[in-house]
Design a protein around this ligand. Structure first.
Ligand code: ZN
Length: 100
């Protein structure tokens, strides 16, 4: 075998090693990309399911302001409270008794 042939064979061997390395690497890259794609897919499905679930829930009622009874400090919606001179009471009895 001539020196040139040996050199050529070594070069080819090196190239083959490099090529197999490249294929191994590309397989890993493909695996990573596939895993990432799967992750995005699962995340997308999850988000879609979550938004669908959100659509099932009726729109929340506007928040009503709460007031405290001037006599017993119990909190109740403003619409259910009895107003008297800018103060609120939980019922007629406490309105009669007045604030503390
Ligand atoms: Zn009260």
């Amino acid at each position: 075998m001539t020196g040139f042939a040996v050199t050529l064979r070594r070069a080819v061997n090196r190239l083959n090693v490099r090529r197999s390395e490249f294929f191994r690497l590309s397989k890993i890259i493909l695996l990573v990309v596939a895993a990432f794609g799967l992750y995005l897919l699962i995340k997308g499905i999850g988000r879609k399911a979550a938004s669908a679930r959100k659509d099932d829930v009726p729109a929340a009622k506007p928040v009503e302001s709460m007031v405290a009874c001037a006599h017993c400090d119990v909190n109740l919606p403003e619409s259910e409270a009895l107003a008297d001179n800018g103060r609120f009471f939980c019922g007629e009895a406490h309105k009669r008794l007045g604030g503390r």
